[in-house]
Design a protein around this ligand. Sequence first.
Ligand SMILES: [Zn+2]
Length: 270
Amino acid sequence: MKRLTPIRDWVHENYRLAYVLGTGLLALGAWAVDPEARVSLGLGAWATALALGAVLEPCVNVGSQLYGPVLSRGRTDRAVLALTFDDGPCPPQTTRILDVLAREKVQATFFCLGREVRRHPELVRRMAREGHLVGSHTENHCNLLFSTPGRSRREILEGHRSLALVLGRDPEWFRPPYGMRPPWTLNQARNLGMTTALWSNCPRDWQRPGAEVLARRVVDQARPGDVVLLHDGGGDRSQTVRALELLIPELRRKGFDFVRLDALSGTPQA
Ligand SMILES: [Zn+2]
């Protein structure tokens, strides 16, 4: 499985080209299997797939503003960046991350799942008490691109409600799972008073390549205004915790300071 990682990384970084080539190969394969089929049929299928891809692309591209405003990166020349953590709260990892942030005097942003908020409300209260920003990441982490508008509305509404009950105030920030956001989900979040945020610096901590590699990935690509995507839930995040201990002093050495996501808002930049 390890050998597949470079291929997955390439597809991740070149997903547009991968989609064009992949659908082209499928069309070619279908034509090869059935030589009676006309070439124009294969080309027509390919063109349809490409048109569909062009419509869906702004739903998955973290930098696209085509279907509505999202904050992926702050427009600033100051050497600041926002650390964000998704999929929690999830003990003991969230606790350890909060401990590191407290020790380093760093304020960060957490995008919590409603179902986990209801299981661990004390962790959410600690986040707020220690000055971190807490946003919603839906109720159950379902992929909103493959959900009906009704289901996605329920997911966003329930996630918002679970968090509001514990925080004692309405959350103002929303991050869709996997960054997948059909246009109606942006409206649904906005109607609840939430701004949608994505990210610009993604070290892919779910791959668990080792804490040093993770820290290096964040530091090497760090730019002013970056939003860094990390996870405190959704699996074993011990490498993320260790990487955090490495990357905070390393980024400080490079002159970076850390802010909450809302300090980067105002003028979103792709
Ligand atoms: Zn997530």
